[in-house]
Design a protein around this ligand. Structure first.
Ligand SMILES: [Zn+2]
Length: 224
C-alpha cells in the first residue's frame, strides 16, 4: 500500500515537471507597422516578446504593398502597434480585416495606436480629407523623429505589454525606465551637438522630419 502511494506521488511529481513548462507564459507575439515602432517595442519588451515590422525602414510607410504573408503574420499576433493618424490607411485596414484575428481589430485589446499620447504637429483646422490631396489629414504622423515622442511611445507600449502580460509588469517597467534614462542622456548629447546649427534652413523630400527639425531648432525651408 505504502509503495502504491509513493508511486502515485512520483507520477504526480512527474506530471508536474512535464506540465510546468507548458504552463509557462508564451512570448507576446507583437507586430508593428514600422521598424521605428518595432525598435522601441524591442527595447521595452526584451526577451518576453517577439516583434517584427510590416514596413521596412527603406519603404515609404504611407505606401506599402499589402502582401498575403502580412495577413499570416497578423493572424498569429497578440498585439498590433500602429503609427496611427491615418499614416497606414492606404494599406493596413484590409490586412487587419482579412487576418480575421479578433484581438487586433481596431478597438480590440491587441490593437495599439502609438500616437495616443504623442505630441502631434500640424493638426489642420477644419475638415480636411485625403481625398483633398493631403496625406496628413489628422496632423503630421511622422512624430517618432522627436525623442520626446519616442519616450511617450515607449510608455504607451509598456502599458499595453503590462495589460496583456501582467505577470511581466516589473520586467517591462524596468526596461522602460532603462530605455527612458538612456534616451534622456542621448537627447542631451544630441541637443549639444546640434546647438551650433540653430535656425539652419533645411529642405526635406517629404514633411517627415518636421518633429526632428522642431526639437533641434532647425527650420524647414520647404519640400520639393
Ligand atoms: Zn507623411
Amino acid at each position: 500500500m505504502k509503495k502504491s502511494v509513493s508511486l502515485v506521488a512520483m507520477v504526480a511529481a512527474a506530471c508536474f515537471v512535464v506540465s510546468s513548462p507548458a504552463r509557462a507564459q508564451s512570448k507576446l507575439n507583437v507586430i508593428a507597422t514600422t521598424e521605428d515602432l518595432a525598435s522601441i517595442g524591442r527595447e521595452v519588451g526584451g526577451d518576453r516578446i517577439t516583434i517584427e515590422s510590416i514596413a521596412k525602414g527603406y519603404q515609404d510607410p504611407h505606401y506599402v504593398e499589402a502582401k498575403p504573408s502580412f495577413i499570416l503574420k497578423l493572424q498569429r499576433a497578440d498585439l498590433l502597434v500602429v503609427v496611427g493618424r491615418e499614416l497606414e490607411i492606404g494599406w493596413l485596414p484590409p490586412l487587419i480585416q482579412q487576418s480575421r484575428n479578433g484581438k487586433i481589430q481596431v478597438g480590440g485589446e491587441g490593437y495599439l495606436d502609438a500616437s495616443l499620447t504623442a505630441q502631434i504637429l500640424e493638426i489642420p483646422n477644419g475638415n480636411i480629407t485625403r481625398a483633398m490631396g493631403d496625406v496628413h489629414p489628422l496632423g503630421n504622423p511622422h512624430y517618432w523623429t522627436d525623442p520626446e515622442n519616442g519616450k511617450r511611445i515607449a510608455k504607451e507600449i509598456a502599458d499595453k505589454f503590462d495589460q496583456l502580460r501582467p505577470n511581466d509588469h516589473a520586467y517591462f517597467d524596468q526596461r522602460l525606465n532603462d530605455f527612458t534614462t538612456r534616451l534622456d542622456t542621448a537627447e542631451k548629447r544630441w541637443l549639444a551637438m546640434m546647438a551650433p546649427y540653430k535656425s539652419t534652413k533645411v529642405v526635406t523630400y517629404h514633411k517627415s522630419f518636421d518633429y526632428f527639425l522642431e526639437r533641434f531648432n532647425l527650420e524647414l525651408a520647404g519640400t520639393p
